[in-house]
Design a protein around this ligand. Structure first.
Ligand code: 5GP
Length: 191
């Protein structure tokens, strides 16, 4: 029987580049990772695929899942719900896979409460100016949502002390390499 996999949480403010970093290492076979697909009520962006990027659901479907205890964590972020389906996480960990979540900070705080040995990694931008530039660069949303994301990012940065590791995303490839090292260390101590 394979040993139970780790629970790894990649978190940090919106626009910091969590997704870009994740792409750099998620398919590295040595890390035995399985990406946990979240549930969300936000609408699909161009190119996003249901069941791959997110499970796109209605508010009613989301609330039902949350109220039935089917989510490991959930949060409302800029007017939409996001959450991690618990069953899938458990199944993958029991198969010996290291499950990785890419989530915002409120959800990460819930995971920390429930899963004491979760490996939590906070991604920070090189500066707040740079973060604002990145959020604007995405430009798929109206100005008021962009403003809300920027204000939220500043508040989210205050939770930095709750994480096991902090990695700066100056260069996504370098950040990914640092995270690879951290995960390897954890895998060795999880024998
Ligand atoms: P976006 O709308 O840009 O895809 O995601 C907005 C924020 O929600 C990002 O910070 C992303 O990491 C976070 N997020 C994505 N999935 C989840 C989830 O399942 N739970 C929580 N708490 N946050 C999530």
């Amino acid at each position: 029987m394979s040993k139970r996999g780790l629970l790894i949480v990649l978190s940090g403010p919106s626009g910091v580049g969590k997704g870009t970093i994740l792409k750099e290492f998620v398919n590295d076979p040595a890390l035995k990772l399985a990406y946990s697909v979240s549930m969300t009520t936000r609408s699909r962006r161009p190119g996003e695929v249901d069941g791959v990027n997110y499970f796109f659901v209605t508010r009613e479907e989301f609330e039902r899942a949350r109220d039935h205890g089917e989510l490991l964590e959930s949060a409302e972020f800029v007017g939409n719900y996001y959450g991690t389906p618990l069953k899938e996480v458990e199944k993958l960990r029991n198969q010996g896979k290291n499950v990785i979540l890419e989530i915002e900070v409120q959800g990460c705080m819930q995971v920390t409460e429930k899963v004491k040995d979760a490996l939590t990694i906070f991604i920070v931008p090189p500066s707040m100016e740079e973060l604002e530039k990145r959020i604007r660069g995405r430009a798929t949303e109206p100005e008021e949502i962009i403003q809300e994301r920027i204000a939220k990012a500043a508040r989210e940065m205050e939770l930095i002390g709750n994480y096991k590791y902090v990695v700066c995303n100056d260069d996504p490839k370098l950040a990914a390499d640092i995270i690879r090292v951290i995960i390897h260390r954890y895998m060795e101590s999880n024998i």
